[in-house]
Design a binder for this molecule. Sequence first.
Ligand code: HOZ
Length: 442
Amino acid sequence: MSATQRRSLPDRRRSREIFAKAEKVLVGGVNSPVRAFRAVGGEPLIIEKGSGQHLYDADGNALLDYVCSWGAILLGHAHPAVSAAIADQAQRGTSFGVTTELELELATLITIAMPFLEKVRFVSSGTEATMSAVRLARGITKRDFIVKFQGCYHGHADSFLSQAGSGLATLGIAECPGVPQALAALTLNVPYNDLNAVEQIFAQHKDKIAAVIVEPVAANMGVVLPRDGFLKGLREITRKHGALLIIDEVITGFRLHYGSAQQIFGVQGDLTTMGKIIGGGVPVAAYAGRAEFMDHVAPLGPVYQAGTLAGNPLAMRAGIATLKELSKPGLYEGLNALAKNLAAGLQKALKDAGIAAQVNSIGSLSTIFFASQPVTDYTGAKRSDTKLYARFFRDMLQRGIFLAPSQFEAAFVSASHTSADIDRTISAAADALQAIAAQPSA
Ligand code: HOZ
């Protein structure tokens, strides 16, 4: 049987047993809701190991991975240089709770790649980075409101859980119980790509908005690109009103090239948040900006933020090794060319199957929306036929290809994927889409 023919993962008995046990001691059998596959059906995966572009489940089934730890893995799983750095550091100690030269080294690599950043504070997750950046913006401006965009996701801190993308969009959670109303009221949501709405919200809340936080490419409602001038418009509006612009590069940092999305779109935020890739698959995130802003953070300033494991040496070693690999000439050119072929191939497969859909893509990020109109915001993303996406996801998984288990996430290509992998994926998608077109309600 060819790799592209429809088939079930041959045996899932062990995975099934593990998940059944996990459900008894872990909430929903998972440690993050998006892993539960609730929106796409099918059985959640239990992964035993990863190597390059593949994951291997507990039954030994190989999966071609386009989730790549939600974008944290750019080099591929268990990259030799990253694994060696982690193993070496493990021999020297895993946490000291005081500064190491490694923190200086990773911060220096980041500020060289993104020269508009002068000072970095490492934390352990993207949520901590965005939450701390918002606190800092509030501390500097002495204002309380923040503006975010519908369908963007900035982690799970209280301020970000209204009209958010990612797992909240996946599970249909519009507002999160447990977030005090008084705090939720300080978050103002506007449609992505809509500068008029941003202007209006500033007019309504004159001199009260501390910051606008934005994903420069939205990747948590599926991939949605910024319209021409959108990010620059945000820059002008925030500057005019004395608010800070926080650019959340947790997904886009080092994803599109060796640097930030801000350099690609010709805009500079006041604060930048990062995560995922800068830790090479080990928990690292950061917020950063010019010294005039960052020096408000304790111990230099009064805005408090701390962490026992912040700047953790294992994580720093993984991040340093990752960035050194990523800086090698040609890496992004090759990766982005592969991803471009994938997007084009998927577009053709959809057209050939006569299925109305949009493939939104940039660099190695992409999403298929089963929607007839271009998707430029959360309203458009929600118009996508999520049942069709779920069917496509399951059909692809049966063919050994692991896409994001939600319409409202991105597919990630890694530097380990090959053109043979891309061809195989396109061919599997063509088969799956033809089957869907022949029997839409199967
Ligand atoms: N930012 C990721 C989803 N878009 C996080 C994955 C998770 O929620 O587990």
